[in-house]
Design a protein around this ligand. Structure first.
Ligand code: ADP
Length: 653
């Protein structure tokens, strides 16, 4: 079938013409008939044909002359020559002029259709070949875009590829300098010329006002007629954004064809997309390099592992690798289980266990990092670390776990020194009342000794005096014991402690001070308060700091209230120390926990900051509520399930 195949039948004989036209129409072709050579040429100028059936001898101009015109001006049209008495000479000439088939009259319909069939096959082959040819420069361009990293070299090779196709004399490629990281040589405003062939071509001076993406620059300044164009300016676009100019020039006008424009349009689309991709690739690469540098030079150790049972390590930075005495490469693909943080073998994977238990993200706001401190792991004896563990979600699914490990050895040492300084300062503040406390029993002892020295003392009386003196000595022993207990650096080990008892013990130290200022104490202690796992000396110090602050806030007496309770939901034991003293002014409220912030003449400003950090190191927090006229309340929250969470980990002084 020749469906819609466009054929021109040219014969001066009406019968032949009619027979051919009829036969071909029946096969589905679109047939036009001409009775002579001139008429045929005129029809060729007006319509598109794919095939001409051409009679060799016609009265006006013969078939060979028509064939000559067809080869020159319509080379894509195939020609079959029909003749009744062909000579060898005519056949050779016709061959030279590119005829594709000969058919001798008389011919039947089978012969004609078979020769047309062969020509159609050949035309299709030619078309495929042409298509392939048209793609070759695009393939070359794509290849360049992929392999060439240097944008200047890339620009130069693109111009060479275009020159091979278009054969223009000069070409320049301009790109937006802000878009492409290039130096500003040869720059025109924001565009920079990256490559040129032949003469340097500039971008149109008034390019901002031109809206077309192709600008045809003619000799007489017009911009529309392709035949008159000597120079073409192509805007290179990514969507609405112009990223450059491609300028091409022949030395003579009228040498650019419509096909060139089409070719350049496709080329520039490929080029802009390729350049944009290259740019994105560079941006990503740069970001990656920046990220890697930061990742490896940061002083904290960072480790990322998969959020599954194996916990295979996917990233580990230089700092942590050095601590672990391995290379990052050696650590990759090991399990996070191999990195332990204490003598009991608690590993990074164990630390992440609470996060791994919830692999689906329900509520963004509930994401909180796990935080833990540990000392002397097998890979860093005598050093202390704080680890923060974060979940990493993708599409709400837990995919990785990030551990950030901070070396806090120095901070722990400094804090421990500060704690000791603050302790001695607190003892200094207590010294007056301590002296008073010691003086009283000494006074009793002195009187007792005097009484004992008396003659004629009954045995009963002596026993009474000795008993009284023994009690006073016991009081002294207890008092000095408590003072020493507090003054000496406390043991670092955590144990189960009863907060009610710690509170009473601390209060015993300051009882005199409290009485001296006419302060009465009231208690609302929860009897069955669960034990917390803590360093008792440190917790006592927190209580002492808060009590002394409360006493200082009530110079003219007041009520000091102690309370304990626990929140079963949050699993915290809460100790409240409340005064009805001066309160804290609004401008100071945010500053009281800063080290060295004090409003007192002899204050150190360390009490609260140390108390806050002690409680935080225990996994708890302090809440301060205050009203400048009514007083202040400090609530100390300590987790009561610490033992399980921190099993095997030590706290710090
Ligand atoms: P210091 O007691 O040496 O000043 P702290 O860190 O213990 O250091 O306290 C800092 C400041 O916080 C105090 O100087 C005081 O202004 C304020 N402050 C702390 N506790 C109270 C309180 N119970 N009532 C009023 N002000 C307080």
């Amino acid at each position: 079938m020749l469906t819609n195949y466009k054929i021109l039948v040219v014969d001066d004989e009406y019968v032949v013409r009619g027979f051919c036209a009829e036969l071909l129409r029946l096969e589905g072709a679109q047939v036009t008939a001409a009775s002579g050579g001139y008429e045929a040429l005129s029809l060729l100028g007006q319509h598109d044909f794919e095939l001409i059936l051409l009679d060799l001898s016609m009265p006006d101009i013969n078939g060979l002359q028509v064939l000559e015109q067809v080869s020159a001006y319509y080379p894509h049209v195939s020609v079959i020559m029909m003749t009744g008495y062909g000579t060898l000479e005519a056949a050779i000439t016709a061959q030279d002029l590119g005829v594709e088939g000969f058919i001798l009259k008389p011919f039947d319909d089978k012969q004609l259709l078979s020769i047309i069939g062969r020509i159609i096959e050949r035309q299709q082959l030619r078309q495929n070949y042409a298509r392939l040819q048209a793609h070759m420069p695009l393939l070359a361009l794509s290849h360049r875009l992929m392999v060439e990293q240097d944008v200047k070299k890339l620009a130069q090779s693109v111009l060479l590829i275009i020159q091979r196709e278009i054969k223009m004399k000069s070409a320049s490629l301009w790109l937006l300098s802000s878009q492409f990281d290039v130096d500003h040589l040869n720059s025109d405003q924001s565009f920079v010329r990256l490559a040129m062939l032949g003469q340097p071509l500039n971008i149109p001076p008034n390019h901002d006002t031109i809206s077309a993406w192709v600008i045809l620059d003619s000799e007489n300044g017009g911009t529309t007629e392709l035949q008159n164009a000597k120079t073409l300016h192509f805007r290179l676009h990514i969507e609405e954004r112009q990223i450059g100019w491609l300028c091409l020039s022949h030395q003579k006008t009228g040498l650019f064809t419509q096909r060139d424009i089409e070719f350049l349009r496709i080329m520039s689309t490929h080029l802009t997309v390729g350049l944009e991709n290259r740019n994105l690739y560079h941006t990503i690469n740069l970001a990656r390099q920046e990220w890697e540098t930061i990742f490896n030079t940061i002083h904290d150790g960072i480790l990322v592992h998969n959020a599954n049972k194996k916990g295979l390590i996917t990233h580990v930075n230089q700092t942590l690798a050095t601590w672990l005495d391995q290379t990052s490469k050696q650590l990759l693909h090991q399990s996070a289980k191999t990195i332990t943080v204490d003598a009991d073998g608690c590993s990074l994977l164990d630390i992440a266990a609470p996060l791994l238990a919830d692999p689906i993200l329900v509520d963004q706001t509930t994401i909180a990092p796990l935080s833990l401190e540990f000392s002397s792991p097998s890979w860093a004896k005598n050093q202390s670390f704080r680890i923060r563990t974060y979940p990493l979600y993708q599409d709400r699914k837990l995919v990785e776990i990030v551990h950030i490990i901070e070396d806090i050895t120095q901070a722990v040492r400094v804090q421990s020194q500060m704690v000791q300084t603050e302790k001695l300062s607190a003892l200094g503040r207590l010294s007056a009342s301590l002296a008073h406390e010691i003086n009283n029993p000494l006074q009793s002892l002195q009187s007792g000794l005097r009484l004992l020295a008396r003659p004629n003392l009954t045995t009963k009386k002596r026993e009474q005096y000795v008993d009284m003196m023994r009690k006073e000595v016991e009081r002294l022993v207890k008092l000095t014991g408590q003072t020493l207990d507090f003054a000496r650096p406390s043991r670092v080990g955590k144990e189960h402690v009863d907060l009610n008892q710690l509170l009473q013990e601390t209060l015993a130290l300051v009882k005199k001070q409290v009485q001296r200022y006419n302060i009465t104490c009231s208690f609302m202690l929860f009897d069955n308060l669960p034990a917390v796992y803590a360093v008792p000396g440190q917790i006592k110090q927190v209580f002492l700091n808060l009590i002394l602050n409360a006493v200082d806030a009530m110079p003219h007496g007041g009520v000091l209230e102690f309370s304990t309770h626990y929140t079963s939901y949050h699993k915290y034991a809460v100790v409240g120390i409340t005064d009805n003293g001066l309160g804290i002014s609004p401008q100071n409220q945010n500053r009281i926990s800063e080290p060295f912030f004090t409003t007192k003449e002899n204050g150190t400003g360390l009490g609260l900051s140390i108390s806050y950090s002690i409680v935080e190191a225990h996994g708890g927090y302090i809440e301060a509520q205050t009203d400048p006229d009514k007083g202040s309340r400090f609530l100390i929250y300590l987790p009561i399930d610490l033992e399980e969470k921190h099993n095997g980990l030590t706290g710090h002084e």
